[in-house]
Design a protein around this ligand. Sequence first.
Ligand code: BJW
Length: 236
Amino acid sequence: MKRIVILTGAGISKESGLDTFRDADGIWSKVRLEDVATPEGFAANPKLVHDFYNARRRQLQDPAILPNPAHEALARLERHDGFRVLTVTQNIDDLHERAGSRNLIHMHGEMLKARCDMCGSVLGWTDDIEPFTPCPACAREGGLRPHVVWFGEMPLEMERIYAELAACDLFISIGTSGNVYPAAGFVAEVRRFGQAHTVELNLEPSESASRFAECIHGPASQVVPDYVNQLLTKQK
Ligand code: BJW
């Protein structure tokens, strides 16, 4: 059975209505990443960071925000018997799950979860968080934070991800600019470990484009379903 690892980034959710980070109109054009996506920023101004994630959490739950044909195509690929597919997403939205992907790692965490720094509980979370919202598990105030990975923090499930990268036959990177490590280094890891084919599907050449054996550029809602259809046709 062909083993496929798929890495996704903010570009796959752009056509669902969620902003990317580094495009001209992206999130980092509106807020400083040092203020909202570092442990130091959170310690300096927890209210600012909670407000930033509260707004994004509310937006994600807007009924207009839905998976697009790219998310749906990846779920279709995962359901096919001829492939063993792992999707590793840098995104904290839940659009892959909503499209039907099940073998999924959120390496940068999840917007619809909160974590208590005091008792370590990870909880499903759909409401706003304020600096003194008590933790439902330990009842203490001041410890709740978004369950996301900020700069300087260790991404989640790295051991499992590296094992899958070493064993895969095909690595597909979708909608990521290749600026943020360790995800930006996955293509090099794949090439170092084995014989896997490597493909970039992105709106434009990413920072890592030269490291891929094949690059297809265009909007995810078009290039991803086309590429998945090609794989499914070859498998017949
Ligand atoms: C479309 C499209 C359409 C648009 N269709 N495509 C120096 C060298 C190397 C590393 C470091 C260094 N100094 C510091 C580091 C480490 C640091 C890092 O990488 N910094 C860089 C800035 C240099 N990394 C870390 O700190 C990480 N932790 C770490 O390294 O731990 C140690 C470790 C060691 C060894 C092994 C393992 C670990 C943690 C990084 C945490 C990143 N967190 C964020 C916020 C998460 C929560 C939130 O969402 O708020 O994650 S930052 C932000 O960037 C978010 C994203 O997941 C991440 C990646 O962004 P992404 O997805 O690539 O988005 P964009 O906007 O950059 O790109 C979108 C792309 O889509 C573009 O190319 C568009 O063209 C394209 N696109 N429309 C298809 N319709």
